[in-house]
Design a protein around this ligand. Structure first.
Ligand SMILES: C[S@@+](CC[C@H](N)C(=O)[O-])C[C@H]1O[C@@H](n2cnc3c(N)ncnc32)[C@H](O)[C@@H]1O
Length: 204
């Protein structure tokens, strides 16, 4: 199921090795406030089914649960078992999917919204992932790619580590092309030195 090339295996091993203490290191309270504000831009409501791609230890899950409520469904996907275990253990309401973003083990048209937070640059085959995002979304659903850093900072952070060196965030035009080719219609996006927001709509 998790067939991967050596670069992807190195990435997965890197995230497995960094899973312990991930949130404590990466999400201090001031960043959580910014995360909450960013999530206000994600259109969610009670009862929705939402997929978190590259979920890590599940940092988004409490916020998503608040928005979709107990009648909503939350699936969390990651190819690092150490990361995913953290999400599954802490949030029993979550469906953990040990899988690659390039091959999502969900039915066609299953989710109302998909969020790829702080993970898209690491996905080896971005075009295949965007096609999968389109496939698993319901008509009218939206795929969000979001970061709390701008591209320059993000790319520099990744270049500090061998396993994720070169895992760069495409520019907005590059993203428009990837998601357009995957079948998405309307796209909204904006970026600054300290954020990146991209939202692609699957047409009704
Ligand atoms: C930088 S971490 C972010 C995790 C989480 N979203 C957070 O902000 O804490 C990126 C995550 O994406 C996962 N990942 C990278 N490439 C992936 C792929 N192709 N398929 C599934 N997960 C992937 C990694 O295992 C890692 O947990």
């Amino acid at each position: 199921m998790l067939k991967m090339n050596p670069q992807d295996t190195a990435r997965r091993d890197f995230f497995d090795a960094h899973a312990k203490g991930w949130e404590e290191r990466n999400y201090p309270p001031r960043l959580r406030l910014r995360l909450e504000a960013m999530l206000e831009r994600v259109s969610l409501s009670e009862g929705m089914t939402v997929l978190d791609v590259g979920c890590g230890r599940g940092v988004l899950q409490p916020y998503l649960r608040q928005r979709v409520g107990a009648t909503g469904r939350l699936a969390a996907l990651d190819f690092s078992s150490a990361m995913l275990e953290g999400a599954a253990q802490r949030y029993p309401f979550v469906w953990p999917l040990l899988a690659r973003a390039e091959r999502i083990p969900l039915l066609d048209g299953f989710v109302d919204a998909l969020i790829c937070f702080s993970a898209f640059p690491h996905i080896e085959d971005k075009k295949a992932a965007a096609r999968e995002f389109h496939r698993v979304l319901k008509p009218g659903g939206r795929a969000y790619v979001i970061h709390l850093e701008g591209r320059e900072k993000l790319n520099a952070i990744h270049d500090r580590h061998d396993a994720v060196r070169g895992d760069h965030m495409p520019c907005i035009n590059g993203m428009r092309s990837i998601f357009g080719q995957a079948g998405f219609g309307h796209i909204e996006s904006d970026e600054s030195a300290d954020h990146y927001y991209f939202c692609a709509h699957k047409e009704d």
